[in-house]
Design a protein around this ligand. Structure first.
Ligand code: ACO
Length: 315
């Protein structure tokens, strides 16, 4: 048994802040942000909570899948910015969408969170413990950034993305889904959000350290997955990477030796939505008709921990 994605959805807050507006809050400029990151704007949640956005994305993914909420066995939510520690966001989503037979929990691995949640859901499906799963990445990064720190506040945005996985019989599970993940706890101080050290906990980041780590580790994990799945890079239709910085994605494409056209991007509009970035992009690609059954797609992300994770899947 192996899980295939049979529905996608997302929720983007309507309030949009472009770089020019942001330049009135901190000492920065549209030109600097575009050149260093590729970001032009971000969408920021106002009243919306993490669980609200997660539930909206989940409802859209369910509608796309044709499954009913009662048919979902497992709900995993990747988030680092939820307003409540407990009840967890997964249970809040369960309540909001009426997934009365589901169980679930939240998973925190910052920007790698969605891919790790997807890999976790696949493991449950492979083991036979569940047949269907909703996997969600949802973040309200605007709540945890320091709006006085121009090195970080320009980078992030809010939103949620979701996919529905349905178990199918498969002769070779490895051919349909190959998972990979790593952690480097000894490098954790490069990116932190620590409760108890500041009145309002906010993200602290060594931007250059994270940048260097990402441009090395993302290509490495892509190579590892290609090797493990015995797939050639030319046979991969899309490389859907965590949307943090255009320069990181361009560097990864160059190192892997694949044309940049196979690396879709939407960070210009939404900025870095952490665990939500990959499922939001997948949903856009799905809605645009870019994703077709049988295609090979690599997902890869990196983030605090430090962590990096990926999967190679057949759509
Ligand atoms: N506007 C104008 N100037 C700025 C800004 C800004 N927003 N931010 C920093 N600067 C200045 C700095 O003060 C510095 O000035 P100085 O040379 O006078 O000292 C100069 O610009 C260069 O700063 P750097 O930090 O060296 O700039 P860099 O080219 O490294 O870009 C950036 C910074 C965009 C943060 C980059 O390092 C980056 O993208 N890193 C990766 C970050 C990332 O992806 N984080 C998310 C990880 S995912 C997760 O788990 C949350």
């Amino acid at each position: 048994m192996i899980g295939r994605i049979c529905g996608t959805g997302s929720y983007i807050p309507s309030h949009r802040m472009d770089n020019v507006e942001l330049s009135s809050l901190v000492d920065t400029s549209d030109e600097w942000i575009r050149e260093r990151t590729g970001i032009q704007s971000r969408h920021l949640a106002k009243q919306e909570t993490v669980s609200f956005m997660a539930a909206k994305a989940a409802e859209e993914a369910l509608a796309d899948s044709g499954l009913k909420a009662e048919e979902i066995d497992l709900i995993l939510v990747a988030t680092s910015s939820s307003e409540t520690v407990f009840p967890n966001t997964s249970c809040e989503v369960q309540k909001a969408i009426g997934a009365v037979h589901a169980w679930g929990y939240d998973l925190n691995a910052a920007c790698s969170g969605f891919i790790l949640a997807l890999n976790t859901a696949q493991s449950y499906i492979r083991s036979g413990l569940v047949k269907t799963a909703l996997v969600i990445g949802a973040e309200k990064m605007s709540r945890i950034v320091d709006w006085k720190d121009r090195g970080t506040c320009i980078l992030f945005g809010d939103g949620a993305g979701a996919v529905v996985l349905r178990g199918e019989e498969s002769e070779s599970a490895e051919a349909v889904y190959t998972a990979m993940a790593h952690s480097a706890g000894d490098k954790g101080e490069a990116l932190t959000l620590q409760y108890g050290t500041e009145e309002t906990p906010v993200i602290r980041m060594d931007g250059q350290a994270v940048f260097k780590f990402a441009v090395r580790k993302v290509p490495e994990i892509i190579e590892e997955m290609l090797k493990k799945a015995d797939v050639s890079r030319e046979d991969v239709d899309y490389f859907v990477l965590h949307q943090a910085n255009r320069r990181i994605i361009e560097a990864a494409a160059k190192r892997v030796g694949v044309e940049i056209e196979k690396f879709p991007m939407n960070l210009g509009e939404y900025a870095n939505t952490s665990a939500a970035s990959v499922p939001i992009l997948l949903n856009e690609m799905n809605r645009d008709g870019k994703l077709k059954r049988g295609q090979k797609i690599i997902l890869a992300g990196f983030g605090a921990g430090l962590t990096w994770a990926g999967c190679l899947m057949e759509w």
